[in-house]
Design a binder for this molecule. Sequence first.
Ligand code: HEM
Length: 80
Amino acid sequence: MTAGVLIVGTTLGAWVTHRNTPIVKWSATAALVLLPLQVILGGLTVTEDLQPTIVTTHLGVAILILLCLLTTCLVAYLRR
Ligand code: HEM
């Protein structure tokens, strides 16, 4: 829930303050697009009793979200 609010805020901030820097806008947007998938996978992790494929996919999507958000922050910082 907290992560979701922060990702929505980051994406809004990226579109408002870096509208001329496509990589900042689109890497934040990619994290936002991955968020619902991550929540569904999180639910499946619980309901499917930690099935290894689902847990691994949940971890993989988490790493992709982290990559997107790191890209957003680093490029925004370097282009400030
Ligand atoms: C932004 C959303 C989320 C992110 C970034 C996230 C990220 C992660 C990460 C990095 C792990 C550790 C994976 C591992 O050790 O292999 C994890 C584990 C887990 N997540 Fe999520 N998660 C999210 C949402 C959810 C939601 C919504 C649920 C449940 C409804 C959930 C349920 C779980 C469970 C049960 C585990 C433990 C798996 C285990 O014991 O190996 N997650 N999550």
